[in-house]
Every structure is written in C-alpha cells, then in structure tokens.
Design a protein around this ligand. Structure first.
Ligand SMILES: [Zn+2]
Length: 296
C-alpha cells in the first residue's frame, strides 16, 4: 500500500518536474530590465473594442448584445476623448470586423495617436490551423487598410508562429503572467515573441461586469468606481515605489459609462501629476524591450 502511494507520489513529482522544466524553456523573464535614467515607472493602457462581437460569439441574450453596441457607439468615443484630454495614448486592440462596424471611431483613435492592435477577426480563435492563419491575415489587412498602420501586437491566443509570419512584434496573452514587465514566450519549435502580461487586478471587467466569465457568486456585483479608483491608485503607488510597469485594461462597453469615465479622468489626473512616469503604447514598450533586451 505504502509502496503504491510512494509510486504515485513519485509519478506526480516527475510530472511537476517535467512541467517546471518546460515552463523554464517556454517563458523567459527580462531579468536585467532597466528604464532610461529619467523614468521611474511606466503605465500602459489597453482598450478592448469587443463591442457586440464577443457577446455574439458567446451567444448571449439580446440585451447583452446591445450593451456591446453601447461600447461601439458611445463608450469608445468617451474613452478616446478622456485619454486625449490627458495627452495619454492608449493601445486599442480591435477585432478586424470592427473596421466594418465602427470605422469612424478607429480613425479617430489613430488621429489622436493611439496604437491599433489586433484582437482577432471576430473575437474568437478557430481551432483549425488554416482558419486561424486566415483570420489573422484578414484582421491585419482590415486594420491596415482602414487605419493606415499595420498592427504589430495582438491581444489573442494566436499561435506564436502565425504571429511571427504576419510580422507581429509582440503578443499580449492572459496565460502565465510570470512578471509585470514584458517577457519572452517560446513555442515548442523555438519561435519566440515578446509577451505582455495580463493581470486581472488591472482589468475593468472584473470589477464592473456582472456575471464575469459566467460567475454567479454573490460577490460578483458591479463595484463602485471609487473602490476601483482606490485599488488602481494603490497598485500605481506601489509600482512607482518599486519602479515597475503597470498596465490597465479597459473595455469600451464596460468603462465607457458615465461614472466610470469620470473615475478614469480622475485617475489620469493623479497619474499625470507624478514625475518620471512614462506612458508608452504597447508598441513603444515592445520596441524598447526588443531593442535593449533582445531574446537570447
Ligand atoms: Zn475582448
């Protein structure tokens, strides 16, 4: 009995060790990351232009679809205006199909100096390899044609090889956030891409989105924006002390509502008062990392 228990524990330990070894091969931190002398920390903002596409993919009821539509018709404009007011340029990750649905808002974001990144074709990731490649190609082309800039970053689970083939410089995936600075992710063929970590504490949806990821816990209720403000300010202050990178993820159908935009306005006002804070788009941060700390 004891022997078999030992055996199964031994197997488990082997599995853990193998997993750990693979982890070490697949994810590499930039251990010697350093900012230029005049920078204490950096803050990057990403906006997800999900609009109703994600709602449709999830086959949600009509009311949720219209909620998504609010993001495309109203929310995104408010976010663009608020960032522009503070002279901060965000990265707008958009599904390719949004180019057909809300072209004017994307063009306005470009006018304000935003980076436009890829967020899949229609907010879903096909499992068929040909279709996966086709979706990235179509989405990349759609943004390039409308916005006059080819996206170089993708917030998606597109394969690293597919992204590299289309000339992407970085990915932004929510799996394995091993650092708060960008880090390198490798696939089994040795392809490598710079990856921006994603932390739910900086995601508006986790605070405001009722039924987030189908969660029906009593605790999952929309938060008061002032509570979110306190949490984000505390993260900012601590990251500032530590000289780290902070990223905030906003969804236009979530953060585009009146009180939440007012909170964002106040948050940006406070951040802008702090000296030596760099507000790079994801592309700028990626280029800095690739240039100064290339993968080995
Ligand atoms: Zn999304």
């Amino acid at each position: 009995m004891l022997e078999s228990r030992n055996d199964s524990f031994g197997d488990l330990l082997c599995d853990v060790k193998a997993e750990q070894k693979e982890y070490g091969t697949r994810y590499r931190r930039i251990k010697d990351f350093a900012y230029p002398d005049d920078v204490q920390m950096s803050v990057s903002f990403e906006i997800h232009f999900d609009a109703q596409l994600n709602r449709r993919v999830k086959n949600e009821p009509l009311m949720q679809m219209t909620r998504g539509e609010f993001g495309g018709r109203v929310g995104v404009w408010r976010l663009i205006e608020t960032f522009a007011k503070h002279g901060v340029r965000a990265t707008l990750f958009t599904p390719g199909r949004i180019c057909e649905l809300y072209p004017e808002s994307l063009k306005e974001a470009v006018n304000k100096g935003f980076e436009i990144g890829n967020h899949m074709w229609e907010h879903r990731m096909p499992s068929e390899p040909d279709l996966e490649r086709d979706h990235l190609k179509k989405a990349t082309k759609a943004v390039e044609k409308l916005c006059g800039q080819r996206p170089v970053g993708s917030r998606s689970k597109h394969k690293i090889a597919t992204l590299k083939h289309e000339g992407y410089l970085y990915a932004s995936r929510e799996d394995h956030p091993i650092d708060d600075f960008p880090y390198y992710t490798y696939d089994s063929e040795g392809n490598c891409i710079l990856n921006f970590p994603f932390h739910y504490a900086g995601d508006d949806a986790i605070y405001y989105y009722l039924g987030f990821y189908g969660c029906d816990l009593a605790g999952n209720r929309p938060s008061d924006p002032s509570r979110v403000y306190d949490i984000w300010m505390n993260i900012f202050r601590q990251s500032y002390r530590m000289g780290r990178h902070m990223s905030i993820c906003l969804h236009n159908f979530v953060s585009g509502h009146a009180l939440r935009v007012a909170m964002l306005d106040k948050f940006l006002t406070e951040l802008r008062k702090m000296p030596r804070v760099w507000f790079p788009t994801y592309r700028e941060m990626a280029e800095y990392c690739l240039d100064r700390f290339p993968p080995h």
